[in-house]
Design a protein around this ligand. Structure first.
Ligand code: PGA
Length: 276
């Protein structure tokens, strides 16, 4: 795992934005996995800025969102469909038909979940998956005890998640109890993963995910098994990590490191000359 700590939420989001832009500049038809919630908001703002001011092109990009609440229509202001339209899609040049978000209102959830998985595969798999982390250590809506091999399916939300999300709803009883979510297994198939975390309220979950044991009780800890995950943290979110000094040291020494220490996307196999 690569751990990148920035002093503020804005700096952390800009750094993550550069990473997304680098991918799109080298692979214009990349497939992005997208997240909702408060954390990626500044990243999406940065992507909109890069589109407007620096011509970052989304015309060939395809996106798959992680999750959606069951029972909310796509035009409900609390739905993730609405969130993505408001905060990203309407501000960039992505064709609407290239944006996939799980349906919260399908008649047949089982068939929909299977179709969603197949569609990801047909599009070539996810190149870069953006993730937030819940205060209970979840990624997407994979609540504690979710199978680390799980696929897209319906989950019953944990009480802590319902309480965390109550701030977005008028009344606590309006918070949906079920969600349709990509599984941990689905997420781990992305070629690269970016985990974003901001704020002291995430510090314990972040420390458990990065430095604790791999366990289904903190589904973000499964990212330790992924070969190309970068965690972008602001200083408060990094507050409970034991190895912060080492992560800062690694970053400080990065400019002088051999190139393979900083993995990057390539579109072709390495040449013989690069290998010997
Ligand atoms: P947040 O949610 O970004 O709103 O904190 C993160 C999550 O629950 O995955």
């Amino acid at each position: 795992m690569e751990i990148i700590i920035r002093e503020s939420y804005e700096e952390m989001s800009r750094a993550a934005g550069q990473s997304v832009a680098k991918l799109l500049n080298s692979k214009p038809n990349a497939v992005l996995g997208l997240a909702t919630g408060s954390t990626p908001l500044a990243l999406y703002k940065e992507l909109v800025r890069l589109h407007r001011e620096e011509g970052l092109d989304f015309s060939q990009v395809t996106t798959f969102n992680l999750d959606e609440y069951v029972g909310l229509r796509r035009d409900d202001p609390q739905s993730y469909h609405f969130f993505m339209h408001q905060n990203l899609f309407q501000h960039i040049n992505i064709p609407e038909q290239n944006t996939y978000i799980p349906s919260g209102t399908t008649d047949n959830y089982e068939a929909f979940c299977q179709w969603y998985e197949t569609r990801i595969e047909e599009c070539g798999g996810i190149d870069l998956q953006i993730l937030g982390i819940g205060s209970d250590g979840h990624i997407a809506f994979n609540e504690p005890s979710s199978s680390l091999g799980s696929r897209t399916r319906i989950k019953t939300l944990a009480k802590q998640t319902i309480d965390d999300n109550a701030r977005f709803f008028d009344r606590p009883e309006d918070v949906p109890i079920y969600a349709i979510t990509m599984g941990v297994g689905t997420i781990l198939e992305a070629r690269r993963i970016i985990l974003l975390a901001s704020g002291a309220n995430k510090a314990d979950a972040v420390a458990a995910a990065i430095e604790g044991p791999v366990t289904s009780m903190i589904t973000a800890s499964a990212l330790q098994l992924h070969r190309d995950t970068i965690c972008y943290l602001d200083r408060p979110a990094a507050g409970s990590l034991r190895m912060t000094e080492y992560y800062d040291w690694v970053e400080d020494k990065r400019p002088g490191a051999p190139a393979q220490v900083r993995p990057h996307f390539r579109t072709s196999a390495p040449t013989r000359r690069e290998l010997i």
